[in-house]
Design a protein around this ligand. Structure first.
Ligand SMILES: Cc1cc2nc3c(=O)[nH]c(=O)nc-3n(C[C@H](O)[C@H](O)[C@H](O)COP(=O)(O)OP(=O)(O)OC[C@H]3O[C@@H](n4cnc5c(N)ncnc54)[C@H](O)[C@@H]3O)c2cc1C
Length: 625
């Protein structure tokens, strides 16, 4: 029985499922959560936790991989042919690249998050196709959820296989399920003897799906409607790879539509407890989400190198193009933003090792911010390279020019803002935490379902909390402590301190003004998230610059210049976002978009309709009326 028909799920139901899969408790402090509450806790990330020496066994692997990527892996050919070279994949498996984060006792290399981050950054310089294969396998595929939540039996059975190079994949998305797991239609039903689950359904866009031997599959229990995660072997009866999907970039991606028809899964292959599937996925992603932002740093550094060389070498209108002011600005943006991107994601990768802080917001911020900034950097690099940026590497090589891969990197990078949690979903996830404290205290005032009686009975608690909380957020903004002991960083740190207090006040103001409509005021919430992301990037850049200066690292004074440059620019972004909170055309834009969706402006599409089939036009006509 296939159950992959669209199901109707209300907005409320979708929210409920998202809310249930949220981790609600905060056992450890969180830098960003504190920011949302108006508290600038510089002490949580300063001194910046750098690692200056690496374990010899990591260095040995890294060097082997570097040589392999430089001399053997052919990213241009992989892109051109749209296929991985399977001999090269086998060599990577031999090296241990499929078991980087798998503990040694299970045959892996036992790397920690920062070591893994170094590898991801290197891969980001090299090839998006390879990055996606290795990261889908071990950031979201079978190894990570098993390591965190699997039974000893599952770990013993599958981790050694993964470490040896059996490729794995993660299957959540379905034709009707993108960002909204409540609509999941892949179902499991327990057999009468209680020994197996029977799985039916269809999964879409499963990266590594055509190569994988093992999958993590998210499915709903027919009995309870709860979602669980299962390890499924791809050669089990009833599992079919239906189609290989092809994309704008990542042309070799082994991405598949996979169907399950009465696939029999042993009960022991349930990961963690029944109904915990989404929580497992979210927790896995706290670390897993750091892969993409690390690869973005690699790609950004590749861009920096290209614009440095081309900006100096290419002369037009009597000057190297990098000396024309408008291009000089772009180059400064690329350099300072790359520094900030690296600062946040290396900080978060480092901190995830010692588990003293809760990093769920920082991971989401790294994913959102680095993918967006990374895209802007590639776009500016394309502009600086001019026509050569748009030309393929193969074509450049055959003309005897430098084959800098701007065109390929641009195609391969765009998906970063969409998969593993789109930019909008990352904003929503963070925005939920921005208002969490207010919801816990004053939820009754904003909940559309609460009665007058509920609201009245909540008043004393609300009054008591805000009588203290709100004035102190003003005081924090008015009486900023001195950061003079940090020398030239005093001004920026005071700005961050004041901005955090303002962020907290504005989120409270938003709650009071929009009340039950708050959850629909996405642009208001997203701007608060943009502010906190900028403040995080500023703080991490400053802390890192201080650490580099303190140990007299090579390039420390240039790093300080970049951090300062970044902060100056970022302060302007923060001020603009604060201004836009209350000065905007949000309602007008929503009204215009409603008209677009209703078809009120479809007369503007006239030219776009001209090449469509008459049949299509006729089929469209009734709907447009
Ligand atoms: C190359 C590639 C590889 C992939 N690999 C995998 C994989 O290995 N495993 C897997 O399970 N999936 C995978 N995916 C799926 C990917 O994770 C989804 O594309 C992503 O989750 C978004 O889902 P969607 O495309 O259906 O977009 P939708 O969810 O339909 O969203 C469309 C747009 O609406 C926005 N949106 C949705 N809901 C909201 C909201 N409430 N508020 C504001 N905006 C909203 C989204 O951000 C997006 O911009 C892959 C996809 C691609 C293209």
């Amino acid at each position: 029985m296939s159950t992959d028909k669209p199901i109707q799920v209300s907005e409320e139901e979708s929210r409920r499922v998202a809310e249930e899969s949220r981790e609600t408790s905060w056992k450890n402090p969180s830098f960003m959560k504190e920011m949302f509450l108006g508290n600038f806790r510089f002490d949580l990330i300063h001194p910046y936790p750098e690692r200056t020496e690496w374990r010899p066994e990591f260095e040995e692997f890294f060097e082997k991989l570097r040589i392999f990527l430089r001399d053997t892996w052919d990213a241009v050919e992989v892109d051109h042919s749209g296929e991985y070279n399977m001999d090269h994949i086998a060599q990577l498996a031999e090296m241990g690249a499929f078991g980087m984060k798998i503990p040694k006792e299970y045959g892996g290399l036992g790397f920690d998050q920062l070591e893994y981050a170094q590898v991801m950054e290197l891969l980001g310089v090299c090839d998006g196709n390879l990055t996606a294969l290795l990261s889908a396998h071990q950031s979201i595929g079978v190894p990570q959820p098993l390591k965190l939540f699997g039974s000893d039996e599952l770990k013993t059975k599958y981790l050694p296989r993964c470490a040896k190079g059996e490729i794995s994949a993660f299957a959540l998305t379905e034709p009707e399920v993108g960002s909204d797991p409540a609509r999941l239609t892949t179902m499991v039903k327990l057999t009468e003897d209680g020994q197996h689950y029977i799985m039916n359904g269809t999964k879409l866009w499963c990266t590594n799906g055509t190569l994988a031997k093992l999958l993590v599959v998210m499915a709903k229990h027919e009995e309870s409607g709860k979602i669980s995660a299962f390890v499924v072997e791809t050669d089990w009866e009833g599992l079919t790879v239906q189609h290989r999907c092809r994309f704008m970039g990542l042309r070799a991606l082994a991405n598949a539509v996979i169907t399950f028809e009465d696939v029999k899964i042993p009960v022991g292959n349930l990961i963690g407890k029944e109904g915990r599937g989404l929580k497992i996925a979210l927790t896995t992603l706290n670390d897993g989400r750091l892969s993409i932002p690390n690869t973005c740093v690699g790609a950004a550094k590749g861009c920096l190198k290209i614009v440095r060389k081309w900006g100096a070498e290419r002369v037009q209108w009597g000057l190297p193009i990098g000396k024309h002011e408008s291009l000089a600005h772009k180059i400064a943006f690329i350099a300072s933003t790359t520094f900030a991107m690296e600062s946040i994601v290396k900080l978060t990768s480092y901190l995830s090792n010692d588990k003293k802080l809760d990093l769920r917001l920082e991971s989401a911020a790294c994913k959102e911010w680095n993918t967006c900034m990374g895209w802007d950097i590639i776009d500016e690099t394309m502009q600086i390279r001019g026509g050569r940026g748009y030309e393929t590497e193969k074509s450049l090589i055959s003309r005897g020019e430098n084959a800098w891969p701007v065109e390929r990197v641009m195609r391969d990078s765009r998906i970063n803002k969409i998969f593993e949690g789109s930019s909008e979903i990352m904003h929503l996830l963070m925005a939920r935490e921005a208002v969490d404290k207010h919801l816990s205290v004053a939820g009754a005032m904003v909940d559309p379902k609460s009665t007058i009686a509920d609201k009245l009975s909540a008043l004393p608690k609300i009054g008591l909390f805000y009588a203290w909380w709100y004035p102190t957020r003003w005081l924090k903004g008015l009486f900023t402590p001195s950061y003079l002991s940090y020398g030239k960083w005093d001004g920026h740190l005071r700005f961050i301190h004041r901005a955090a207090a303002k962020l907290a006040r504005e989120s409270f103001h938003g709650m009071m003004v929009f009340r039950e409509k708050m959850e629909r005021k996405q642009m208001f919430l997203f701007r608060l998230v943009d502010v906190v992301n900028e403040l995080f990037a500023m703080t991490a850049s400053i802390a890192r610059a201080i650490a580099l200066e303190k140990r007299n690292a090579p390039g420390a004074s240039e790093a300080a210049e970049l951090a300062d440059m970044f902060c100056q620019n970022s302060r302007r972004v923060v001020e603009l976002r604060f201004y836009e909170l209350w000065n905007n055309e949000d309602d007008e834009k929503v009204a215009v978009s409603r008209q677009v969706l209703k078809g009120s402006y479809s007369w503007m599409e006239e030219m776009a309709d001209k090449l469509e089939d008459d049949d299509v036009e006729q089929a469209k006509a009734p709907a447009a009326k």
